[in-house]
Design a binder for this molecule. Structure first.
Ligand code: FPP
Length: 252
């Protein structure tokens, strides 16, 4: 956990990409046109993060609740995901991006699941950036899965309930091998987390913008990074404690 002034660049950036539907509506176009424009904004964001050396990018592409959208929109989104997987994975691999998916992948079609697996296997050794795509993901369910795993350990007699601590849960939720997100961005004007990485976002700096996701550009992202760099991350401590700890680290 980094204390004191935030390192100027987040190591891990997590984004809720909201506003595709409204972007399309404003243009009197079907919502799917908005999602397509959203996919282009995804590419721009990946390019920016690679250029700037942001080590991990996590994108909320589809929530567990999104299955409830009109069938036509869900089908269109699935086609978009399939096309993106077919089209982009080679290029991501060439650029050294490790791709992986979090969420209930068993709910997707066999075609999508096998492409997800292929993308993960193919890019597993890459180190330029980790791109995690949250698909049919829900933060509460993530914690439920971790809890079930621990309950099984207890039932098998390998763990005592009083020995369960935060680290044990943290090791069993999604993205446990990455540092937690330093910066969270949500586009589209709503000021909420919407069941994204609930456990992982405990000390994350939050940044919201009214900009709709398809309009998200390198300039907007830079604005978020500039705000982030000015924030003081205290992790529950006081400013004076943080300053003292920073001075101690600086002294030889
Ligand atoms: C939220 O906007 C966005 C989604 C539910 C889908 C996100 C998908 C993409 C950005 C497309 C491609 C992604 C990948 C990873 C290839 P919304 O539809 O809720 O917008 P609204 O709030 O204006 O209705």
């Amino acid at each position: 956990m980094t204390q004191g002034p935030a390192p100027s660049l987040p190591r891990h950036l997590a984004i809720i990409m909201d506003g595709n539907g409204r972007w399309a509506q404003q243009r009197r176009r079907p919502r799917l046109i908005g999602h397509r424009a959203g996919a282009r904004a995804v590419n721009r964001t990946i390019d920016f993060c690679l250029e700037r050396g942001i080590a991990s990018l996590t994108l909320f592409a589809f929530s567990s609740e999104n299955w409830g959208r009109p069938a036509e929109e869900v089908e269109g989104l699935m086609k978009l995901f399939l096309n993106a997987l077919d089209r982009e994975v080679d290029e991501l691999h060439r650029r050294g991006v490790r791709v992986r998916f979090i969420g209930e992948r068993e709910r997707f079609s066999a075609g999508i699941v096998s492409r997800m697996q292929l993308a993960e296997q193919r890019t597993a050794g890459n180190t330029a950036m980790t791109l995690s795509i949250a698909a049919s993901y829900g933060g509460r369910l993530d914690i439920v899965h971790a809890t079930r795993e621990l309950a099984r350990e207890v039932a098998a007699g390998r763990l005592r309930p009083e020995d369960i601590d935060e680290a044990m849960i943290g090791q069993r939720v999604a993205l446990s091998d990455l540092p937690p997100p330093d910066l969270f961005i949500r586009t589209g004007g709503d000021i909420r987390i919407s069941n994204f990485l609930l456990w992982q976002l405990a000390y994350t700096e939050l940044w919201f913008t009214d900009i709709l996701w398809p309009d998200f550009t390198a300039g907007v992202l830079q604005q978020a990074l500039d705000d982030y760099a000015r924030r003081e991350r205290r992790f529950g401590l006081t400013s004076a404690q943080i300053a003292a700890a920073a001075a101690e680290t600086r002294s030889p």
